[in-house]
Design a binder for this molecule. Structure first.
Ligand SMILES: [Zn+2]
Length: 320
């Protein structure tokens, strides 16, 4: 708890330095407060000020991509993984002042056979990036381009697991590399979703990657001042970390259900845990807004949304 608070305080100082005295911060961090369970006090910028900010306790995080990549969009797992890596690097090479960068490194653990959003309390895990080519399972959320689900400890805000889904079934072409007329840019989508992965929520700041809506043709790979200030708070260069391990919670598993495959470096869990999930990038329809949904059941279930406002989702469970 005290670690989180200290990080936040240091981050605010860094943000002030970066933005200058006349420019107010707008970025929001995702917090443990679940608006579907209780009123979450928000500030003038719409940021939840209730709850504890979510954070990565480690100095290193790992990710995997689903081995199928996206057949529909002609993106294989290798290309997909390199795009995900590049998205992380955009955030992790930000200059937080004096040449210091956010305190986190990222490791690619390779393609996996599991293509499910899940978190295993009794088995290994993986932070999975995957396409949904056949069907986007969130009814009412068809204008979302991506969705990030985060599991965390509801007391401390410590992040346990993150899974990212890319909507390949929207009917909108997805391009890699050179922008294509009428196509959504994968690098832009991933840069936004990785912002959620790292603990940021949506912002109202102009020219920010973490704005909730995406207009086709826009380039979100260039982070705005607000994005940079946000990441320098969430992953402050001098933040206190608990481990250098890149391993997912309870060790790495490439298979659904947590069957261990390959290296396994489980870290014993302490106390009760829980989980949440959040974040998506919606195609700009003028109505993209954050939306959260709470869940009490042990297994994830796909939930209905409200048309035109599918831009984020929260899942909370008692788990460790
Ligand atoms: Zn989003």
């Amino acid at each position: 708890m005290s670690t989180v608070r200290r990080c936040a305080a240091l981050g605010v100082v860094a943000a002030t330095l970066m933005l200058g005295a006349s420019e107010a911060r707008a970025y929001c961090r995702t917090t443990t407060c679940d608006p579907e369970r209780r009123e979450c006090t928000r500030d003038a910028k719409g940021c939840a000020v209730a709850g504890t900010p979510l954070y990565w306790a480690s100095e290193c995080v790992s990710f995997v991509v689903h081995q199928a990549g996206s057949a529909r969009h002609g993106i294989d797992a290798t290309l997909f993984a390199s795009e995900v890596s590049a998205a992380f690097q955009r955030w992790l090479e930000v200059d937080c002042g004096g040449g210091r960068t956010p305190k986190l490194t990222v490791q690619n653990l390779g393609p996996v056979e599991c293509g499910r959003v899940e978190y295993n309390q009794r088995g290994g895990n993986a932070n999975i990036f995957m396409f949904r080519d056949e069907e986007w399972p969130y009814v009412g959320g068809e204008d979302a381009l991506g969705l990030t689900t985060i599991r965390f400890d509801p007391k401390s805000g410590r992040i346990y697991d993150v899974d990212v889904e890319i909507n390949g079934a929207s009917g909108i072409p997805i391009s890699v590399g050179k922008p294509r007329e009428g196509a959504a840019d994968l690098a832009s989508i991933l840069t936004h979703e990785v912002g959620h992965f790292l603990g940021l929520s949506h912002t109202v700041a102009e020219n920010a990657t973490m704005r909730p809506a995406y207009e086709i043709g826009r380039d979100l790979t260039k982070l705005g001042d607000d994005d940079r200030a946000g990441i320098c708070e969430a992953l402050a260069p001098d933040r206190v970390t608990e481990t250098q391990s890149c391993a997912p919670r309870h060790g790495f598993s490439s298979r659904c259900g947590g069957t261990k495959g390959g290296c396994s470096v489980a870290r014993p869990g302490a106390g009760s845990g829980s989980e949440l999930a959040l974040g998506a990038l919606a195609i700009a329809l003028g109505a993209a807004r954050a939306r959260r949904r709470a869940r009490r059941d042990a297994e994830p279930t796909r939930s209905a949304g409200i048309a035109g406002r599918p831009s984020s989702r929260a899942v909370r469970r008692t788990a460790d």
